[in-house]
Design a binder for this molecule. Structure first.
Ligand SMILES: C[S@@+](CC[C@H](N)C(=O)[O-])C[C@H]1O[C@@H](n2cnc3c(N)ncnc32)[C@H](O)[C@@H]1O
Length: 197
């Protein structure tokens, strides 16, 4: 699947996963597009994917991944207790915090699953300002969540990350399409946040 993505998206995925090591939880893996980009310093990826049509595709991607990946057919909210028994070195969220019902609760849960000093890596589209922000509000109140798997385009995801016990220590925004293209999901944030305290 990743072969069909633009170089910009592939670059953002690579950037989001660079330098990870140890045991990693990926939330909402989809078809497993990220798997090819994990560095070989990662010991194990536990990848959650609740959609019954996507999880088998993720398992196919796991079979050729450069690191061991276990795909678990589950939401983050219903993650099996045995997967959470050992704390994680890092959690990866990639285009998923827009789709969960309650991002604040999910982020607090992710924080609790990390070792002390563990990190959240995120690559998420985010709320924009100006006319694009208005477009996002209209999209969220009308058809967008219904046609795109509960995706909400105007979420202030980085504020939610900060409110869930993380300290953002490196982050940047990028346009994935030219800024004039009237798509509500063009502005993305890629960043690293560390479990506080
Ligand atoms: C837009 S896709 C992104 C897939 C992949 N992370 C990527 O970067 O290409 C969002 C994925 O999150 C999954 N998802 C939605 N809600 C979820 C939840 N509560 N827990 C775990 N995964 C969820 C969906 O099934 C979907 O596969």
């Amino acid at each position: 699947m990743s072969a069909h993505e633009t170089p910009v998206l592939r670059g953002l995925r690579t950037e989001n996963l660079a330098g990870l090591s140890g045991r990693v939880l990926e939330v909402g893996a989809g078809t497993g597009t990220n798997f090819a980009y994990y560095p070989d310093t990662v010991r194990q990826v536990v990848a959650l994917e609740p959609e019954t049509q996507l999880a088998p595709k993720a398992r196919e991607a796991a079979a050729t991944a450069p690191v061991p990946v276990t795909v678990v057919e589950s939401t983050i909210e219903t993650m099996p207790a045995e997967e959470a028994a050992e704390p994680f070195d890092a959690v990866v969220c990639s285009l998923v915090l827009c789709s969960v019902d309650n991002p604040e609760d999910v982020l607090r849960q992710l924080n609790s699953l990390l070792k002390p000093g563990g990190e959240l890596r995120y690559f998420e589209h985010v709320a924009s300002s100006g006319w694009r922000g208005q477009l996002q509000r209209v999209a969220d109140a009308t058809v967008w969540p219904r046609i795109s798997g509960n995706c909400h385009t105007h979420r202030d995801t980085e504020r939610a990350i900060g409110g869930a016990g993380f300290v953002v220590d490196a982050a940047r925004h990028q346009w994935t399409f030219p800024a004039w293209v009237p798509l509500p999901v063009s502005e993305v944030a890629v960043g690293r946040a560390v479990k506080a305290g």
